[in-house]
Design a protein around this ligand. Structure first.
Ligand SMILES: CC(C)C[C@H](NC(=O)[C@@H](N)CC(C)C)C(=O)O
Length: 732
């Protein structure tokens, strides 16, 4: 039998698998598995809301709530996976079984997105939507179970591959592991939206959601195969029975025993868990103490994730009010999120090979908990940057009417100039086919407007909180019309465009992507969303057919006026005038880069370190459980976003950013105090000593000596100021 194999089980011993440059070869399969799995997860997530909205035809509210429920579930299921792994199947088998569940879920999603399956009338839309909804919900449930379930196991299983002499390599592994997460997610969030945009189908061509889900499904199968291929090389720690059951029972016994002995006549014990000593093994009690110490330290951590997860929501919304034109490329608001994984891919190597060594050279002991504290501080700083950017944006946003005001714009549909008398604003002159530049604000319910050239006078009823445009007709006999204008910026950085037809006959307007439909004479169309860039509009009315083009930025709104003078042979490019109802975004998206930089630098210090810290401080039989505890802080963080945003209801977005920054700063201070009192431990060493002292009946040490050693170890776990273990234990 080879010396790297356990003589009893024939299985590999820890840290003895084949090595390449000091690293166990087995971790190669683990990091490739993680890369493919994250590709699969983030790729599917990137198109999920669009699938809900455009394939299942759900409204925005339902789509976003199901999406967030799914994401929250993905961070709750790790507990389940960890318990199964640590207590029953072991990490290896848990990863294999749950990966199969995960891959089935992804395949179910891909199948649910094939519209042809139920498209009996072959019109391109499914005829049995229930089938697609049920299949996709089952798919998402399996994915949440799979991705969440394996997450704590894969990280801990990777850590398991290193021997005690490979602490430095294990730290590097967690950094590379993080790089793979972000490499996979970056690639997939670029690729799957492209796949979705393709047209596919048997009977009719539709947006290809099946391909956008199918490729992540294939990557999950690849992840599973790669993991299985590495099978012979892994160190597989054996689960030690129902450890979570034992932990719960032991804690329960300690509490009830303490309660039974609450009277002063009983001497107090150093730690409340010591009340379990009457019934439970000292090793188990020591292990529970280790876990509880770390879990206690985790209490403030969800606040970091509360801020971190707003990248995908609030910050993306902020980007929709910004200008994404970078010259050579145009960045869409949701694409700004890719800055995070891109920065991770650059910052992790820089931190590991330059910053941390430099700090060490300066003689500073930049311990994991110090790094996490700095990470929190950087995240708070990111939100201060977000607040400053928001203040700049707010300065450029249009002033919409309050609930006590109404706003009115005038559009002269005639061929001659008119002068309109407006209460409080005097005389306003408008050329032919011209609109007033600004909206006029009124507090009255009704105003009287007199127009000269031709002479007209009308009483106009205004609606509080609304913006309207008054279409001043060509002749006295024509109808006066009021349009309902936008009182918010168009969504997702798009431009809201509509047309007013000043001609005496209907006109059809369209672009290559958008149909405005037929607009009756002297009427106006609904708003349609046009993306940034150049758009060409085609006009068609009887024999008349022409086109004109305009360039659009982000978040503007225009009313284009088709004049009565437009006729066969007219030059539409010159004849059609546009009134700018909402100015395009003018604050550049590049201003978001500092906030992305700080949150990502914070993530590297907080999350990469936290991942490794959770592994290194966990007892051997609860590695996955503590990883799951770490992931639970992410889930709680997500819930806090919903609660704080709902409860705080701040009128200005920048104040909400400042609130979140202040909350994290407070939490950061609390955490630094807690961290100061934390003593790093070496679980392997503690466990070994307990085993030696407790389990070895043939030990020739006398009882007194043994008792003394045990007491010392107990004190090491209970007290923070002891630096007993080979100087390995250091404070914060
Ligand atoms: C614990 C997770 C929240 C960490 C990790 N996420 C990241 O690394 C992000 N930088 C990815 C980005 C695409 C949002 C994960 O395991 O997904």
């Amino acid at each position: 039998m080879a010396d790297h194999e356990d003589p009893k089980t024939g299985k590999k011993n820890k840290g003895t698998s084949k090595e390449v440059c000091g690293y166990p070869l087995s971790i190669f399969f683990i990091v490739v598995n993680e890369f493919c799995e994250r590709f699969s997860y983030y790729g599917m997530r990137a198109v999920l809301v669009l699938y809900f909205k455009y394939f299942l035809r759900w409204d925005d509210d339902l789509a976003t709530s199901i999406y967030h429920t799914f994401v929250a579930l993905c961070y709750l299921t790790p507990i389940l996976g960890a318990i199964v792994a640590d207590s029953w199947l072991g990490k290896f088998k848990t990863i294999i079984y749950l990966s199969i569940v995960y891959a089935i879920g992804q395949v179910a999603m891909a199948v649910s997105a094939i519209h042809d399956i139920t498209d009996t009338d072959r019109d391109g839309t499914p005829n049995n939507m229930t089938f697609h909804v049920v299949l996709s919900m089952v798919g998402l449930f399996l994915i949440a179970l799979g991705t969440g379930g394996i997450k704590p196991c894969v990280a801990a299983f990777g850590g398991d591959q290193f021997g005690d002499h490979q602490e430095r390599q294990r730290r590097t592994f967690f950094s590379v592991f993080y790089l793979c997460i972000n490499g996979g997610s970056l690639l997939s969030t670029i690729i799957t939206p492209i796949l979705r945009a393709q047209n596919c189908g048997i009977y009719s061509k539709q947006k290809c959601y099946s391909l956008a889900f199918g490729v992540p499904a294939a990557l999950m199968v690849v992840a599973l195969v790669v993991f299985i291929v590495g099978s012979g090389m892994y160190y597989k720690a054996k689960p030690e029975g129902n450890i979570m059951g034992d932990v719960c029972k032991c804690i329960g016994f300690a509490i009830s025993n303490r309660y039974k002995h609450r009277s002063k006549q009983y001497p107090s014990r150093e730690h409340w868990m010591d009340w379990a000593e009457d019934k439970y093994d000292k090793l188990l009690i020591a292990q529970i103490k280790m876990v509880l110490k770390v879990l206690f330290l985790y209490i403030p951590l969800p606040m970091f994730w509360t801020l971190f997860d707003q990248k995908g929501s609030r910050w993306t919304l902020q980007a929709t009010t910004m200008d994404g034109n970078f010259g050579a490329i145009v960045i869409q608001p949701d694409q700004m999120q890719t800055v995070n994984p891109i920065l991770i891919l650059t910052l992790v190597p820089i931190m590991d090979s330059v910053i941390y060594p430099l700090i060490k050279k300066c003689g500073l002991n930049f311990t994991p908990l110090k790094r996490m504290t700095v990470g929190m501080f950087l995240a708070a700083l990111a939100f201060v940057c977000a607040a400053v950017v928001q203040i700049e944006i707010d300065k450029t946003l249009p002033v919409f009417p309050s609930n006590f005001q109404s706003q009115l714009k005038l559009l002269n549909m005639g061929n001659h100039p008119v002068t309109a008398g407006l209460p409080g604003y005097g005389q306003v002159t408008l050329q032919a086919a011209q609109a007033s530049e600004e909206y006029f604000t009124f507090e009255e319910d009704q105003i009287s407007i007199s127009v000269s050239g031709p002479e007209m006078k009308r009483n106009i009823s205004l609606i509080k909180g609304q913006r309207q445009t008054l279409l001043i007709p060509l002749t006295i006999s024509d109808e006066w019309q009021l349009t309902a204008d936008l009182t918010t910026k168009p969504e997702e950085g798009n431009n809201a465009i509509r047309f007013v037809n000043g001609m005496n006959k209907p006109v059809n307007v369209s672009t290559s992507e958008v149909v405005f439909g037929q607009i009756e004479k002297f009427h106006y169309s609904n708003y349609s969303q046009i993306r940034n860039g150049r758009a060409t509009f085609f006009l068609q009315s009887g024999q008349l057919s022409c086109a004109f083009s305009r360039d659009f930025g982000f978040g503007s709104s225009y009313t284009f006026f088709i004049p009565s003078t437009l006729s066969l042979g007219s030059n539409c490019q010159e004849s059609i005038t546009g009134a700018e109802d909402i100015k395009p975004n003018s604050v550049h998206m590049a201003l978001q880069v500092p906030q992305y930089f700080f949150i990502t630098a914070g993530e590297v210090m907080f999350s990469v370190t936290g991942l490794e810290f959770s592994y290194s401080q966990a007892p051997s039989n609860m590695k996955a459980v503590l990883q799951a505890g770490w992931l639970l802080t992410v889930a709680i963080g997500n819930f806090i976003v919903l609660i704080v945003a709902e409860v705080a209801k701040l009128p200005k977005q920048w104040t909400e950013y400042v609130l979140f920054a202040s909350l994290l700063l407070c939490v950061c201070i609390i955490f630094s105090i807690m961290a100061y009192f934390y003593t790093y431990i070496d679980p392997t060493e503690i466990e070994a000593k307990f085993r030696r002292n407790v389990g070895d009946d043939d030990d020739d040490k006398n009882d007194k000596q043994r008792k003394l050693e045990m007491e010392m170890m107990k004190r090491d776990l209970d007290r923070s100021d002891d630096e007993h273990y080979k100087g390995k234990q250091t404070k914060m």
